[in-house]
Design a protein around this ligand. Structure first.
Ligand code: HXC
Length: 272
């Protein structure tokens, strides 16, 4: 293969990407990347104002609709609306998530449940009701996981439980849907600058940034663009033989040790 043919530009013209949670942060970055690569894009989230603001950034082929992933009926309606607008779904991203810092002893049953309901049960609703709308064969399903799934983090029991569930759910779906020609994978983003997750979890200010950077072997925080590039790869035919995997996109951070993360989150708690 010549060097020139390895400089691949993604082209999603004529393909439909649907991004749940796609109105802010990492998921908005993914939606915008697919739109820039020519895709028809549908974003889905809870608030109409966020949907309107996101769609305004997606160009002429952007579309959005409101749903709460905890509400099965609204997820079904959003997927039907997406299909009506742009046809079968080629790339489905399930990225809606909730998060707050709380230790187990101060968490109510409802506090634990709300995050599991959004992240894990919500991912079930999205995938379960998307199947009938996916292009088969050829569709690619992406879940957004988190390092908490494999690295135990204090004050993140609810998130760790939910994200670990997402990882295994993705692996099982890859088994069940492989015969239909549907690939299923998950992305586990590291610390991504400017996101709601980092605002809630990381220590703030220049010292906080330095602490987070020290947890990353590549020495910088990630950007939504870093995650979007992986999402485009996984959504493209370049990843045609990739299914049932959870890929960390974190500058190597998952190979650092829990004590550093504990110290960082502890400092974050202290600065609130
Ligand atoms: C303890 C808390 C709490 C807190 C909420 N609860 N915040 N308990 N400490 N800080 C409890 C409430 O008291 C209530 O329990 C229950 O949780 C539900 O809260 P509600 O406010 O009624 O629910 P709702 O408004 O539906 O949703 C709350 C929310 C949501 C889940 C916190 O607003 C949210 O998460 N928004 C942020 C979205 C976000 O940040 N997304 C990005 C996630 S980043 P009781 O018992 O009182 O009823 C991510 C990955 C990060 O996930 C990875 C970084 C490396």
């Amino acid at each position: 293969m010549g060097v020139e043919s390895m400089n691949v530009q993604f082209d999603f013209s004529g393909r439909h990407a649907v991004v749940f949670g796609g109105t802010t942060g990492i998921n908005l970055g993914i939606a915008q990347a697919f739109a820039a690569a020519g895709a028809d894009v549908t974003v889905v989230s809870r608030k109409q104002a966020n949907v309107d603001a996101a769609v305004a950034t997606l160009g002429a082929r952007g579309f959005g609709t409101v749903a709460d992933v905890r509400d099965e009926a609204s997820v079904r309606a959003a997927l039907a609306a997406a299909h009506d607008k742009h046809g079968p779904i080629d790339v489905l991203v399930s990225g809606a998530a909730g998060n707050f810092l709380a230790d187990v002893n101060s968490m109510s049953s409802n506090a634990f449940k709300v995050v599991v309901d959004i992240d894990l049960v919500g991912s079930f609703h999205v995938a379960r009701h998307a199947f009938e709308h996916l292009r088969k064969p050829g569709a690619s399903v992406l879940f957004i996981s988190a390092p908490q799934a494999v690295v135990p983090m204090p004050w993140q029991a609810h998130v760790g439980a939910a994200k670990a569930g997402i990882d295994q759910f993705a692996r099982v779906l890859a088994l069940e849907w492989g015969a239909a020609g549907v690939r299923v994978n998950a992305i586990s983003p590291g610390p991504i600058a400017g996101t709601e997750g980092m605002k809630r979890l990381a220590p703030q200010g220049p010292e906080g940034d330095a602490l987070v950077r020290a947890m990353v072997p590549l020495g910088r925080m990630g950007t939504p663009r870093d995650i979007a590039h992986l999402a485009m790869f996984l959504g493209s035919d370049a990843a045609a033989y990739l299914s049932g995997t959870v890929i960390a996109c974190d500058g190597g951070a998952q190979n650092m040790l829990t004590p550093m993360i504990t110290a960082a989150i502890g400092q974050g708690m202290a600065t609130r």
